[in-house]
Unconditional design. Structure first.
Length: 460
């Protein structure tokens, strides 16, 4: 009885609402209003002019403090979505349940969210405790408590250049700790995707996950199975495009989080060749992102799933099917299996298939066929994929070397290259070789193929 009473009076909210934030002045954090995007600054000004509170919030403030260029600048405000719309002419409402506003400021789209309220006792959850509805507005302090990590509950006011810090996020960032706001188990149950976010953000920012937040992950990993595919794929996509995909995947493995997120990747990484191929592709993707180059999800997904396609492709051919229809059957099987969990969009799936379907066509270098391969809109990605296969040791390097030369050659040279591959050309070469008495390395395309291959471009 007494314990019940004490519990009721002193019950710790799952994510404690800190009423008074620490106010950190410019002189101590050093982030001036010029450092935020002009779009988000103008949005905050427009809202403040009408008497609303408006702050740049979350990842952008965190990244600026950590000396990383923010990806985007989100705004949080006490204005309701309708009120926001009235302040900003070029804006529209997004989302059905919890409405947010997108404001179009020149080239920039600024996402504006109204402060979220605390989760009530009656918050709708699924059987595992995952919060399904999340649509009450609240105070700024409540909004801060609803965020996932202390380093993400920071609000920058462009007018005063102060940072409002509700959960000691600035100190955690200095101490290189990623800490969950509230009880980690409860917060993971509310939204299991937070476990993946913990890994991604810790790797991105070079933070150690606080032991209390790390410990429950292994036992709670299975909760990810109930997360809708679209949310999961959003997060996996961010992870793969982070420029730290290799390290993130390593940590997902270490924490037992890889199962259920990329089921086929799990299978792929179990075989050494699969691992080699995937790691090459992932390292390439990381290098590209870090150099500020574009990231093509279709290329990476195509690479991660290729081994599995190969297994089914061979199996279908063993039943007597011709190679091309067998390949199409294998592609469809893999994409529908992976698509269920990862919600690969139809467009990306189409691009992946084109990259795969061009692979056998690189081999058939007869008549006009190489020309139609060359003119294919996906030639570049498919050729990069061919190079990846060669680098992994799956195919002979001579094939991409031939295609590299063929791309750059003039018409006469191209015709000669094709003639050399015809049965007569092959016979002529054989005669020449036997006259010389020499041996050719690596198939028909030329002695220096393997050496030339060292100079092949990596996935440009
Ligand atoms: P990045 O932009 O580098 O991917 P981020 O932290 O900004 O990282 P976003 O998905 O842009 O990630 O989210 C913006 C903010 O919204 C976060 O900083 C955090 O405050 C809050 N947030 C995002 N996802 C969650 C979640 N699952 N639970 C609670 N708060 C979240
Ligand atoms: Mg962000």
């Amino acid at each position: 009885m007494l314990r019940k009473f004490i519990n009721r009076v002193f019950k710790r909210a799952d994510a404690p609402v800190a009423r008074e934030p620490s106010v950190i002045a410019f002189s101590s954090h050093g982030i001036s209003r010029e450092r935020i995007s002009s779009g988000s600054r103008r949005v905050c000004e427009a809202l403040a002019e009408r008497g609303y509170k408006a702050y740049v919030v979350g990842g952008a403030v965190r990244d600026l403090l950590a000396q990383i260029a923010p990806k985007d600048f989100d705004v949080a405000t006490d204005a309701t979505p309708d009120e926001v719309r009235r302040c900003l002419r070029r804006s529209r409402l997004i989302g059905r349940r919890f409405q947010i506003v997108h404001a179009y400021m020149g080239q920039e789209v600024v996402e504006i969210t109204t402060f979220r309220g605390a989760l009530g006792e009656d918050a709708k959850t699924d059987a595992h405790g995952r919060v399904l509805r999340d649509n009450v507005f609240g105070s700024q302090a409540e909004d801060a408590a609803r965020r996932d990590f202390t380093v993400n509950a920071l609000y920058f006011d462009p007018a005063t250049e102060q940072i409002l810090d509700y959960h000691h996020g600035v100190a955690d960032l200095k101490q290189k700790t990623l800490r969950v706001i509230g009880d980690p188990k409860t917060r993971y149950r509310e939204d299991p995707v937070r476990m993946l976010r913990a890994i991604r953000l810790a790797v991105k920012l070079g933070l150690a996950i606080d032991p209390a937040a790390r410990r429950p992950i292994r036992e709670m990993a299975d909760l990810l199975e109930n997360v809708p595919a679209a949310r999961l794929s959003d997060e996996i996509f961010k992870l793969l495009a982070s420029g730290h995909a290799v390290e993130c995947l390593r940590q997902l493995h270490a924490e037992g989080l890889h199962r259920g997120t990329l089921p086929l990747l799990d299978v792929v990484l179990r075989t050494p060749e699969g691992e080699r191929f995937s790691m090459l592709a992932l390292n390439d993707a990381d290098a590209r992102v870090r150099q500020g180059k574009s990231f093509a999800p279709c290329f990476l997904f195509a690479a991660l799933l290729w081994r599995e396609v190969g297994v089914i492709w061979r199996r279908v051919q063993e039943t007597g099917e011709h190679p091309l229809p067998a390949l199409h059957q294998a592609m469809n099987e893999i994409l529908s299996a992976q698509g269920q969990k990862l919600a690969i969009t139809r467009r990306v799936a189409g691009d992946i298939k084109e990259i795969w379907a061009l692979q056998p066509r690189f081999e058939h270098r007869v008549g006009r066929r190489p020309y139609s391969v060359l003119e294919h809109p996906r030639f570049r990605a498919a050729y990069d994929f061919l190079c990846l296969r060669a680098r992994s040791g799956e195919i002979d390097a001579a094939l991409p070397v031939w295609w590299l030369a063929f791309q750059d050659a003039d018409t006469d040279t191209r015709n000669q290259m094709l003639a050399a591959l015809s049965p007569e050309g092959a016979k002529r070469r054989k005669r020449r070789r036997s006259r010389r008495g020499g041996k050719q390395a690596n198939g028909a395309e030329g002695e220096s193929a393997a050496a030339d291959f060292a100079a092949l471009p990596e996935n440009e």
